[in-house]
Design a protein around this ligand. Structure first.
Ligand SMILES: Cc1cc2nc3c(=O)[nH]c(=O)nc-3n(C[C@H](O)[C@H](O)[C@H](O)COP(=O)(O)O)c2cc1C
Length: 194
């Protein structure tokens, strides 16, 4: 049994937050994600391209697992896996997902939500071809798929030593992207709008 007091004794948010000025942010969340991923690499975050992918099955039951990010562009956040896997079946039934990145050494997290679109067969084949021979072994043609989360909401969370954590929330509307900067006191308002 894991004891609550013991868990509370473990450090959390123990990384070193880099400077982050939420004024003058890019209009598009992809640009901020690119900048934060570059920071994560430069500041030594291990495997910053690992992320949690959450999906929902045909009965509405959620599921989540760790995947590797395959690309980010205006088309979305790309990931790949087996078409016949649990995630493949869940996405066929319910093409929506959330992604979560946690970059512990720099106390940053990113969340992405949106619908999921399959990439073209050629893009999926190209992703499979780019894998190592060992990783390609035994995968039938057409079995490997690339998908993209087309973002509707992207949240950037910067933890701070004084606990005045900053959240920047981008939402897509008919005119493009808007973003809000949330501090602890405004987070409740954001929750009410979701
Ligand atoms: C760091 C890490 C990276 C992974 N990357 C992938 C990946 O890119 N694609 C994939 O299908 N599974 C990847 N996996 C395995 C998945 O976590 C998962 O076990 C597998 O995709 C089956 O999930 P499912 O049964 O929910 O479909 C990775 C696991 C870890 C720990």
């Amino acid at each position: 049994m894991t004891d609550g007091a013991w868990l509370r004794s473990l450090p959390s948010l123990a990384g070193v937050a880099p400077a982050f000025d939420p004024v003058g942010l890019p209009a598009d969340p992809v640009a901020l994600f690119d900048a934060w991923l570059a920071d994560a690499v430069a500041l030594g975050v291990p495997e910053p391209h690992a992320m949690t992918l959450a999906t929902v099955d045909a009965d509405g039951v959620p599921d989540a697992r760790t995947l590797i990010l395959k690309g980010v562009s205006e088309r979305g956040w790309a990931f790949a896996g087996h078409r016949t896997s649990a995630k493949g079946r869940q996405l066929a039934a319910n093409p929506a997902a959330a992604l979560s990145f946690w970059w512990q050494p720099i106390v940053r997290a990113v969340r992405v939500r949106g619908r999921v679109e399959p990439a073209s067969d050629a893009e999926s084949a190209a992703d499979l071809a780019a894998r190592s021979a060992a990783a390609r072994s035994g995968i039938e043609p057409g079995e490997w798929m690339l998908w993209r989360v087309v973002p509707e909401r992207v949240e950037f969370w910067q933890g701070r030593p004084d606990r005045d954590h900053v959240r920047v929330v981008y939402r897509r509307d008919v005119d493009g992207w808007n973003h809000d900067v949330l501090r602890a006191e405004s987070a409740a308002e954001e929750e009410a709008r979701r």
